[in-house]
Design a protein around this ligand. Structure first.
Ligand SMILES: [Zn+2]
Length: 273
């Protein structure tokens, strides 16, 4: 009897142990499962770091502060360094308004292929553009500005002319375009000339924007100038053209100007800005 109890107890213990082992096996991951897990984690390790979401436009590609940058923003609040002269001035091979020795017929080399391509494209469309005024030194801008102050008074001159050291022309990246007949030269009605219509529609494809847009006087600080083109490169020019924004809006550096500046629309720009 005692022997039978020992045997039953032993069998019962064996059954309990066997059940325990089976239960453990059921919970344990299979080798395949382990392999898959290991493979997945090694694949994760091999993958490059997750890229930030595609932005479509790299706003940090160029500086807006650095002199000479194609995105350099110059305005009344953001003057050029004292006596700045672009290091790469040249004379574009396009139809010029003045003799090629004139200071204003110079342009920054970095924007020269673009201006030449734009003029050639306009010509292909039967439109003759003329390079009216490009680079302007600080001293030439001073002469212009002081003559306007003398003629119209400082308040009026400030509405249409940049003070010396704040003109975009001094960067060598801005050009006033005109026509062979000088129709509406530096006047708002330039927008209705074939040249004005052509640049409004096509300049961005060559990297140029109309810098002082209609109804944005309070943002740019200048009246609408359909003749004043600024080189910023094709990518940004297209972005600004499609969104109808100024550089100040796009890069969020807007300083609002009093709406009285809009009054300058009535008088046109005597030379420009
Ligand atoms: Zn201009």
């Amino acid at each position: 009897m005692k022997k039978r109890i020992i045997v039953i107890t032993a069998v019962a213990l064996l059954i309990v142990v066997a059940l325990f082992v089976l239960a453990e096996r059921a919970n344990a991951p299979t080798r395949d499962a382990i392999d898959e897990t290991e493979q997945a984690s090694s694949e994760r390790a091999e993958q490059p770091e997750q890229q930030p979401e595609e932005l479509g436009f790299d706003v940090n590609k160029h500086s807006i502060d650095e002199p000479g940058s194609p995105w350099w923003i110059v305005n009344r609040e953001r003057p050029l360094p004292d006596g700045y002269v672009p290091p790469d001035l040249t004379v574009p091979s396009v139809r010029l308004r003045l003799d090629s020795s004139a200071e204003q017929m110079q342009f920054s080399q970095q924007a020269t292929p673009a201006v030449e391509a734009m003029f050639a494209a306009a010509q292909d469309d039967g439109i003759e553009l003329v390079f009216g005024s490009g680079y302007r030194s600080e001293s030439l801008q001073r002469q212009f500005y002081e003559s306007y102050v003398e003629r119209d008074g400082q308040e009026a001159a400030d509405r249409y002319s940049a003070r010396p050291g704040t003109s975009e022309h001094q960067t060598g990246l801005a050009v006033d375009v005109t026509s062979p007949s000088l129709t509406c030269h530096l006047e708002i009605c330039f927008e209705d000339t074939p040249q004005g219509e052509w640049v409004a529609e096509n300049a961005h494809e060559y990297g140029f924007i109309i810098r002082y847009l209609d109804d944005k006087e309070h943002i740019t600080g200048f009246q609408y100038e359909p003749w004043h083109l600024r080189y910023v490169g094709e990518e940004l020019a297209t972005e600004l053209y499609e969104s109808n924004q100024t550089m100040e809006e796009f890069f969020d550096v807007v300083a609002y100007y009093p709406p009285v500046l809009a009054v300058a629309r009535l008088g046109g720009c005597a030379c420009c800005c």
